[in-house]
Write a protein of this length. Structure first.
Length: 153
């Protein structure tokens, strides 16, 4: 009898609906309107719009690593990118958040654009240390480096 009651109790716990479990106590993360607007512009490849939104966001919050990262990305992807400005903002993102995986990936890609393979590999190495398991940023930069090396041969 004890075994069947224990089995029933264990089964009830295992198959309890998730709604019956206590709610997560972590606060909900609010969406960032500037990031949402910029991401939409990036998806449309509207680089000037993304840059305008992020430049405005940076004027309000210059210590936001995500703003710097996405701003540099939108400049880099636009026509005739100012690579000095690109590197300035990626480096600022990494100064604010040295573990910013997106900034490491994108600055690595930027270094490939200017022909600096060793610097791109430095950021790949940083991502290798930051990603406990392979992460998309590591995988994407690794593919970009492999493609760059194949074209160089």
């Amino acid at each position: 009898m004890k075994v069947s009651i224990l089995s029933f109790a264990l089964a009830a716990l295992l198959f309890a609906p998730l709604s019956a479990l206590p709610a997560d106590s972590t606060p909900a993360v609010k969406a960032d309107p500037a990031i949402e607007q910029a991401t939409g512009a990036v998806a449309r490849k509207d680089w000037p719009q993304a840059q305008a939104v992020l430049k405005d966001a940076l004027s309000r919050d210059p210590s936001n690593a995500d703003y710097h990262n996405l701003y540099a990305y939108s400049i880099r992807k636009g026509s005739n990118p100012d690579m000095n400005l690109v590197f300035k903002h990626y480096n600022e993102a990494l100064r604010i958040d040295p573990k910013h995986r997106g900034a490491h990936e994108y600055i690595g890609e930027a270094y490939l654009m200017v022909g600096n393979l060793p610097k791109a590999k430095e950021h790949l190495s940083s991502l290798d240390k930051l990603c406990f398991f392979p992460c998309s940023e590591f995988t994407d930069l690794k593919k970009s480096i492999a493609s760059y090396e194949a074209k160089s041969k």
